[in-house]
Design a protein around this ligand. Structure first.
Ligand code: HEC
Ligand code: HEC
Ligand code: HEC
Ligand code: HEC
Ligand code: HEC
Length: 285
């Protein structure tokens, strides 16, 4: 053999083995990166919608609540996209000639829905439901980001399994009073801005109704104003008692950190254990 393959080709063979190894590793890394890249996850992309609808204008600018348009979010798996009628409520009077709104007028005239392009879209083999998340104190912004600051809608998070599991393994860091789920700017309690909560004994849609407030209920602070669920008027997410402040539960507990509040709400909302929430059957049925 020594005559056929000299020393240098031996080195060459070794070299090519090493190179092949490196290429395989590099490919693996690249594929892994690709799988997590925004190109695959669609994170941050703003698809060309038939109408350049701005959440920033309608939510931050006009002060519309999410439920005004996404009426099913507390009650069903799907939040729902509003029908043209919802837009026409206002746009029969406002911006009636704007070219932007031509597809809205077309849709209203013909009865054919506007063909919105889906921004968030989980694979069919994953089970997801809005109502449970929203009724157990996960705010829209925890998953969708600052929608009120989005001129055009985009997907803030990867929506990959890892992302879901990250929260399911430790939901406490993301739990807030259900009265705050639509609050885009909500931040957990701190020493400067404590939150007080009490159980009311009332049975609500969320097992063990909890009432929370950011104003000192002992009356030392400014006038008592309980945080009211925006949906409470229409009888949806209900954190009894409502804002009137007539009923002041005796035993308010003060929270100055997210973890304390999170643990308290985990118990009050009967959140399952991280193990149960991470088991495959939870999301793959
Ligand atoms: C005036 C009606 C209106 C209001 C109010 C509104 N939305 Fe929307 N929303 C829409 C329309 C129309 C779409 C579809 C077009 C688009 O994706 O921008 C949409 C799309 C979305 C989507 C993406 C849907 C998809 O395709 O994946 C999310 C998430 C969303 N809205 C969240 C919110 C949140 C959170 C709020 C409250 C802060 C809110 N919306 C308030 C009308 C509204
Ligand atoms: C509560 C009333 C109201 C509803 C409901 C409403 N709009 Fe508007 N919309 C307005 C007003 C007011 C403006 C002007 C806002 C501005 O220029 O700041 C506007 C502006 C717009 C514009 C111009 C671009 C922009 O965002 O400034 C588009 C496009 C638009 N709306 C689409 C829609 C669509 C689509 C729907 C239904 C999903 C809808 N609107 C529902 C009141 C409404
Ligand atoms: C736990 C994370 C999470 C929370 C909290 C959440 N969403 Fe979603 N949202 C999603 C996911 C995931 C999808 C994609 C669902 C799919 O493809 O089946 C989605 C889709 C949507 C859509 C598109 C239509 C639909 O239902 O598929 C709208 C609109 C929407 N969300 C609005 C909201 C609003 C408004 C809130 C707050 C009240 C909210 N979401 C809270 C994760 C969340
Ligand atoms: C920010 C936190 C958070 C994120 C992100 C999140 N979840 Fe959840 N999820 C929760 C909480 C809290 C519950 C309620 C647990 C309970 O009641 O025991 C829950 C419950 C569920 C349930 C149980 C529903 C039922 O009826 O049993 C499913 C299914 C689920 N989540 C799927 C998902 C999927 C899929 C994703 C990712 C696309 C996701 N979740 C992302 C916090 C989250
Ligand atoms: C909290 C919800 C949740 C739980 C729990 C969960 N998954 Fe997933 N899984 C997802 C989501 C969301 C996707 C889709 C990811 C995507 O589209 O990138 C997914 C995708 C997958 C895929 C397809 C390949 C991939 O990575 O995209 C497999 C296989 C899978 N899951 C297996 C499992 C197994 C096995 C378990 C239990 C150990 C499990 N999952 C638990 C949410 C979950």
């Amino acid at each position: 053999m020594a005559q056929v393959f000299d020393r240098s080709s031996n080195a060459l063979a070794r070299m090519s083995l090493v190179l092949t190894g490196l290429i395989v590793i590099a490919l693996g890394v690249a594929l892994n990166q690709l799988q997590r890249s925004p190109w695959v996850t669609k994170q941050g992309q703003r698809p060309d919608q038939p109408v350049p609808f701005s959440h920033k204008h309608h939510v931050e600018g006009l002060g519309l609540q999410c439920q005004y348009c996404h009426t099913q979010v507390e009650k069903a798996a799907y939040a729902g996209i509003p029908p043209t009628k919802t837009c026409i409520n206002c746009h029969a009077q406002i911006w009636t000639n704007a070219e932007y709104l031509e597809p809205v007028r077309q849709s209203w005239a013909t009865g054919a829905s506007i063909q919105w392009i889906r921004v968030h879209d989980l694979p069919d083999f994953v089970y997801f439901s809005h109502d449970i998340h929203v009724n157990k104190g996960i705010g829209c912004a925890s998953c969708h980001g600052r929608v009120d600051e989005m001129p055009l809608m985009y997907q803030q998070n990867t929506l990959q399994m890892e992302w879901c599991l990250n929260c399911h393994r430790n939901p406490a860091v993301n739990l807030r009073p259900t009265s705050e789920i639509y609050n885009m700017a909500w931040q957990g309690p701190s020493t400067d801005k404590p939150v007080w909560c009490a159980t009311t004994g009332a049975a609500g849609p969320t097992a063990g109704a909890v009432s929370c407030t950011t104003v000192d209920p002992s009356g030392k602070g400014p006038e008592m104003a309980a945080l009211q669920a925006p949906g409470a008027a229409s009888g949806t997410v209900s954190d009894a008692p409502a804002a009137s402040g007539v009923v002041i539960p005796a035993s308010y507990q003060k929270f100055t950190g997210q973890m304390e509040l999170g643990k308290y709400l985990t118990a009050q909302y009967h959140i399952r254990t991280p193990n149960e929430l991470s088991s495959c059957e939870t999301c793959h049925r």
